[in-house]
Design a protein around this ligand. Structure first.
Ligand SMILES: [Zn+2]
Length: 317
């Protein structure tokens, strides 16, 4: 993240406190209204300690950042927190999060009580998508689909800088559209979901199964495919085909200008994007082909998105 100007020139400046809480770590920052970062820090989530301890850590870290802002002469105006799972953004409740053990945690109320700041609660991928659409790879287009391909696959549909939340806080679960009716079983319980075929985790698992090499990762598969190994090429290309099926469904539903791909799989670079663009193009009939680009904010997107949610809570768009 970029460092801010020297402390003396920022006295009295408004900032928001932003936290992106993941299963293993939290990315945290003080962010100006223009989206630039004044200060950033990271903390372990410690999810193995149970949900109550995680909530305490979130509140402690947020309070510490607000105190730090004040000590530096800044004015913290609001707090934004992004968490994974099913999030009721309107009610400010983390309805369900497997990674954090959350079940109906009224995080917005708890944070407002502790910090005395207006608080926005958001979903991690939607927050990341919001940041990519407004500050990152999609900043020059109005209709953006952000798709994070990592351990799982999830998306955020952003129009004019706002991400669709859905009626139950579960919009964007593109990882659970059916692409292979006779494919592997998904973590959600159904067979053949996109995530069960094309996530980084699924690619590594599939290759490990077929090659007998336990612990293989998607990065290993790409490396071996590029080196010309036949099995790795097959596993990689069937994952890319499935991903293209998923993105084509996304385009049929949302008709976006830009699809921004984030998450660990994007590290494959042109080995992902070249075949994926071709496969997506083959699937377009009357739909317009979207521009397919890599995310530019990296793993800071969720934290920046949490900051945008906090800013939007002060001045709704
Ligand atoms: Zn599923």
């Amino acid at each position: 993240m970029t460092a801010g100007p020297p402390a003396a020139s920022r006295v009295g400046e408004s900032v928001v406190v932003a936290l992106d809480v993941g299963g293993t770590g939290m990315k945290c920052a003080l962010v100006r209204p223009d989206g630039t970062v004044v200060h950033a820090e990271r903390h372990p989530t410690g999810a193995d300690r149970g949900p109550d301890a995680v909530v305490d850590t979130i509140l402690d870290v947020a309070e510490g950042l607000a105190d730090r802002a004040r000590a530096d002469g800044l004015t913290p105006r609001a707090l934004g927190v992004a968490v994974p799972g099913v999030i009721d953004e309107a009610a400010g409740v983390a309805v369900w999060s497997a990674n954090l053990g959350f079940r109906d945690v009224p995080l917005r109320k708890l944070a407002t009580e502790r910090l005395g700041l207006p608080t926005a609660l958001g979903h991690d991928v939607r927050a990341g998508g919001l940041a990519e659409a407004r500050l990152g790879a999609g900043h020059d287009t109005r209709h953006v689909l952000f798709v994070a391909v990592g351990t799982g696959i999830a998306a955020a549909h952003v129009v004019d800088g706002s991400a669709a939340v859905g009626a139950h806080g579960a919009a964007g679960e593109i990882g659970h559209i059916l692409v292979r009716p006779h494919g592997p079983r998904c973590g959600c319980g159904r067979v053949g979901c996109l995530e069960a075929v094309a996530s980084a985790a699924a690619i590594g698992r599939r290759y490990a199964e077929l090659s007998g090499l336990p612990g293989s990762t998607a990065a290993d598969v790409v490396e071996r495919a590029v080196a010309g190994e036949e099995l790795a090429r097959e596993v990689w290309s069937s994952a890319v085909e499935a991903l293209a099926d998923g993105l084509a469904t996304g385009q049929a539903l949302f008709d976006v200008q830009t699809m921004v791909l984030g998450g660990g799989l994007v590290r494959a670079g042109r080995h992902l994007f070249d075949p994926l663009r071709t496969a997506l193009r083959e699937r377009m009939t009357f739909h317009r082909e979207p521009r397919l680009v890599a995310a530019t904010l990296g793993d800071e997107a969720g934290c920046l998105g949490a900051a945008l949610l906090a800013l939007d809570s002060l001045e709704p768009r």
